[in-house]
Design a protein around this ligand. Structure first.
Ligand code: 5GP
Ligand code: ZN
Length: 113
């Protein structure tokens, strides 16, 4: 098991966990790009967006809902925030375990990339 996020799920690597249930875990990004930068991931190893199947769609809906609730809890829901999923090399995905970035707490750049 050399996946860094699977090791976070298994508590083999420490992280600042802010939420977890049976399917999803959320923790603070180790290299935050904004005052609030959380990662929301499925506990199951799904390599990237392109590996999602029809059966995974409820899981993705739950992840978005969890992100929205965490944005409220972190106090950035009113001001606004961004959910980002990088996919593949040209999409800027460095960790090959599907994850959603929740970023906020400052005015974010207008350009998406
Ligand atoms: P990606 O570029 O794959 O979309 O984003 C990967 C993110 O994972 C980066 O923002 C990076 O800072 C974060 N990250 C990488 N390794 C670790 C780690 O061991 N712990 C935590 N908390 N975040 C990590
Ligand atoms: Zn993994």
């Amino acid at each position: 098991m050399d996946c860094i996020f699977c090791q976070i799920v298994a508590s083999k690597i420490p992280s600042e966990i802010v939420y977890q249930d049976d399917e999803v875990i959320a923790f603070r990004d180790i290299n935050p790009q904004a005052p609030i930068h959380l990662l929301i991931i499925p506990k199951r190893h799904i390599p990237s967006l392109t590996h999602l199947t029809e059966e995974d769609l409820p899981l993705m809906g739950r992840m978005v809902n969890i992100a929205n609730r965490l944005a409220r809890r972190e106090g950035i829901a009113e001001a606004g925030y961004r959910l980002v999923i990088n996919c593949g090399e040209q999409g800027g995905q460095l960790v090959p375990h599907l994850h959603m970035h929740l970023i906020g707490g400052r005015r974010l750049a207008d350009e998406l990339g």
